[in-house]
Design a protein around this ligand. Structure first.
Ligand code: AMP
Ligand code: MG
Length: 491
């Protein structure tokens, strides 16, 4: 059994092999009594892993970081980052290790990464640990995002370490999340080497990122500029998807923005319920820097930091480099706007693109803001009303006038209402990780070691578009008593 778990991964570790100087080889801490809370067997199979062998005490020790399996090259990655606008030249994996890379069923390279596995040379004042609540939160939300069609890191396993971890609330059960990403390259990885003026390493990183994520651009005349444009496009698409689901990341620091275009680091994130463009949940985001409606602007700000980091490899003459990259950066907003307009057209069942579509979509959003309509339910209810001629959507609005004025404009734009309602149901989820449901699942796991609510919620979130008998409460907003929602970083 031990041997089977130890040889469950066919590692091929390019980061460790090719990028000497970009990381510190490092091991996870020994966990006292590692226990698997959940193994994502379907994902394990997609990654060509031996799920049965990993579903074992030895698998738990591997996912806790206690035991490095055969072929792993565990390491802590170096990166920098702008956090809330201020630059930290050295962040890095302070509580995580990259175990190694495997090829998935489709031939794509994927990182296996452990978060909460103990202190590293990048830990600064932190304890290197994670607790069960935030681990399950990242598990739930990453899987939900994936099921809703949003590029995201995935959850492979959650383990309890058997050790207690001290947090403000007192001692909490320690845990590790094994997560999977198409890579852990971040804007902050480039900033790290740019800040140290290590131009050769920046060039090496550009080359590596292109080969790994954008192989079609390998022969580009200016590789760094090509990489920048590709990241900009992926981020424009990603943020448009977030906006279309009412997702607030909450901590869009440059160390939390990937080069692959996957969402990473589900910390203080939340979903908007009653639509409010200015929604902010994070306890430390006093200025609303990472508010829902600011996310496109912040993505562009982060991309400006990437552009700066790349200047020396775009052109040794910095004036020339700036002249080359500025138009690429300025293309972000039009790129994002086009992606968001497409998202809204799909949400409203509109076929083809007409000039008035963005205003039509904005008209609904304005009415939703005015009437405090639930973001997720509105779109499903609109489709249901379209199907049977009902008028139930307006009950979601405390102020109905603007909404009622909007409906005939929408109807006039629809060519085939039946087809539109079907198409809408394919893109508008019924079930999202509603803040109160996530909290309920985390609380049961943390205080009572009851993982039932987590399992139930996860299974609902795995099928976000199909109505499920008995799951009605998962589609409803928080009860009135839930109150305003606050999220926390780095817990
Ligand atoms: P995050 O807010 O999770 O993206 O983390 C930002 C930075 O803080 C990263 O360098 C993390 O590795 C580090 N960090 C967060 N929590 C801890 C912790 N408990 N111990 C050590 N480093 C941490
Ligand atoms: Mg982070």
């Amino acid at each position: 059994m031990t041997a089977a778990a130890n040889s469950a991964f066919a590692f091929d570790n390019t980061y460790a092999r090719e990028l000497d100087g970009f990381f510190v080889p490092w091991q996870g801490d020994a966990a006292t009594a590692p226990r698997l809370v959940r193994l994502n067997a379907a994902l394990a199979e997609d990654l060509c892993l031996d799920a049965a062998a990993l579903n074992s005490p030895e698998g738990a020790a591997i996912f806790a970081g206690s035991q490095a399996p055969d072929g792993a090259s565990p390491l802590a990655m170096a990166y920098a980052g702008h956090q809330f606008g201020g630059f930290s030249p050295q962040l890095g994996d302070g509580r995580a290790i990259l175990l190694g890379e495997v090829m998935d069923k489709t031939g794509a390279r994927r990182d296996i990464h452990l978060k909460g596995s103990g202190r590293t040379p990048f830990s600064r004042g932190g304890d290197g640990k994670a607790t069960i609540g935030p681990v399950l939160r990242e598990y739930l939300i990453g899987e939900a995002m994936h099921a809703m069609g949003v590029p995201s890191t995935r959850a492979l396993a959650a383990v309890l370490t058997g050790d207690m971890v001290l947090r403000e609330q007192g001692p909490l059960p320690g845990a590790v999340l094994a997560r999977v990403a198409s890579s852990h390259l971040r804007v902050g990885t480039f900033e790290y080497f740019a800040a140290r003026r290590e131009t050769a390493k920046l060039g090496q990183l550009v080359d590596y990122a292109l080969r790994r994520h954008y192989p079609d651009l390998a022969g580009a005349p200016n590789p760094a500029l090509a990489l920048f444009g590709a990241v900009r496009d992926r981020q424009a698409q990603l943020i448009a998807k977030w906006m279309g689901l009412g997702f607030v990341h909450g901590v869009m620091n440059t160390d939390n923005m990937t080069i692959s275009g996957e969402t990473i680091d589900y910390g203080p994130c939340a979903f908007v319920d009653a639509y409010d463009p200015a929604a902010v949940y994070s306890s430390i985001d006093h200025q609303g820097r990472y508010a829902y409606h600011n996310q496109p602007v912040i993505a562009q700000w982060n991309l400006a930091r990437l552009a700066e980091a790349l200047l020396a490899v775009i052109d040794p003459d910095s004036d020339k480099a700036i002249a080359l990259v500025v138009p690429e950066l300025e293309a972000f907003m039009p790129d994002y706007t086009a992606a968001f307009n497409d998202v809204m057209r799909a949400k409203l069942g509109l076929i083809g693109a007409q000039d008035a579509d963005p205003d039509l979509a904005q008209g609904l959003l304005d009415a939703m803001a005015e009437g405090g309509a639930d973001f997720t339910r509105t779109f499903r209810q609109l489709a249901a009303d379209l199907r049977d001629g009902g008028h139930r959507t307006k009950a979601l609005f405390s102020e109905e006038a603007a909404f009622e004025a909007w409906v005939p404009q929408w109807h006039a734009r629809l060519e085939d209402p039946a087809a539109a309602s079907e198409a809408m149901d394919r893109v508008n989820p019924i079930y999202i990780p509603r803040n109160h449901l996530v909290e309920e699942a985390l609380k049961a796991a943390t205080t009572d070691a009851d993982f039932g609510p987590f399992e139930e919620l996860l299974s609902v979130l795995n099928q976000p578009f199909a109505p499920r008998d008995g799951a009605e409460r998962y589609a409803l907003p928080a009860p009135a008593g839930f109150g305003p929602y606050t999220t926390y970083c780095g817990t």
